[in-house]
Design a protein around this ligand. Structure first.
Ligand SMILES: C[S@@+](CC[C@H](N)C(=O)[O-])C[C@H]1O[C@@H](n2cnc3c(N)ncnc32)[C@H](O)[C@@H]1O
Length: 302
């Protein structure tokens, strides 16, 4: 199991898909190029690709100011950030102070907001910023507030990321603006991996989310990107499949279990000019590729 490179926990985080994203990068000659995530969140895929040297520059965008403050302070103030990790108390009073910072970010520095985002991400149930503290306010649960806060490991991850600062661009734009203003400036040797909030149930998970019209508009914008290669992942609901009906796509299941009947609930969608590998070392992706082979390779393959 590869080590997590991102310091953030993310519900629906895609880092376990990194081997497949790398297979796409290799099949399209994009190694050593740029890699962009318009909906970066915990950016687990981006961090692994960068740390392992598969891409030379990553562009992380997220419209959440909290998430932006985290990434900005992680790469620009790593020593202050890491000393906060070492010094902060892991108790409910401190958790409440950080929660207050996130409620009034305009009264605090980027570093304070970035650290509060990180603190709540590591001490809340499932990493959801609006969720409750692990173990409950009374700390009576089996797991306590410190269950997901391995200080030394988190410090190492942040120091490693900060050492790659020159290879990381952080933006705090609405994705639509990122697609229209930032992506056109990227070199042609770029993969843009879009992982928008899910169509269903996103409001439970993230502080920002789209309505159906927004998903449809974004689908049009993404399908018009022409200077870069792109791919999208989503929950595999009918509306999303219809917005991308002419594109190659496959359904897969993250929690794939060989002993159960195959039924995918997530979807990957691809730009027409992207070569899709025929095999994957991830079993649930390999299965989906096998089931969809005729449809996926109508434009070409490696
Ligand atoms: C599905 S999560 C991305 C998870 C990420 N792929 C990972 O592995 O951690 C979606 C992200 O999109 C961000 N987001 C929501 N609406 C957005 C918008 N309009 N523009 C840019 N980012 C947005 C959310 O803040 C959230 O971090």
């Amino acid at each position: 199991m590869p080590q997590n490179r991102t310091p953030l926990r993310y519900p629906g985080g895609k880092q376990k898909l990194t081997p497949f994203v790398l297979e796409i990068i290799q099949a399209n000659g994009l190694e050593g190029g740029h890699y962009a995530e318009p909906y970066a969140g915990g950016a687990g895929v981006a961090m692994e690709l960068l740390v392992e040297g598969h891409v030379k520059h990553v562009h992380l965008n997220d419209s959440s100011y909290h998430i932006y403050c985290f990434w900005h302070s992680c790469i620009n103030y790593p020593s202050e950030f890491c000393s906060k990790i070492s010094r902060s108390l892991l108790n409910v009073d401190e958790w409440k102070e950080h929660r207050e910072i996130l409620r009034h970010p305009e009264r605090h520095s980027v570093l304070e907001v970035g650290f509060a985002t990180f603190y709540l991400n590591r001490t809340n149930r499932s990493g959801v910023l609006g969720g409750g503290v692990i173990g409950g306010i009374e700390q009576q649960g089996a797991w306590k507030i410190d269950a997901r806060f391995p200080r030394n490991e988190l410090i190492s991850r942040i120091e490693l990321i900060a050492s790659l600062k020159k290879s990381i661009t952080v933006c705090n734009l609405d994705a639509e603006k990122f697609f229209l203003d930032h992506v056109p400036k990227l070199p042609s040797k770029t993969l843009v991996y879009c992982d928008p909030p899910y169509f269903e149930k996103a409001d439970r998970l993230y502080l920002n989310h789209y309505k159906a019209d927004d998903h449809e508009r974004i689908a049009r914008i993404i399908q018009n990107l022409s200077n870069v290669k792109w791919m999208v992942s989503y929950d595999g609901v009918d509306q999303i499949l219809s917005y991308y009906q002419s594109r190659r796509k496959f359904l897969y299941e993250l929690q794939y279990n060989a002993s159960r009947a195959y039924k995918g609930n997530e979807v990957f969608i691809f730009a027409d000019d992207l070569v899709i590998p025929r095999k994957s070392k991830l079993p649930y992706i390999a299965k989906a590729l096998e089931l969809n082979t005729n449809h996926l390779h109508r434009f070409g393959s490696d």
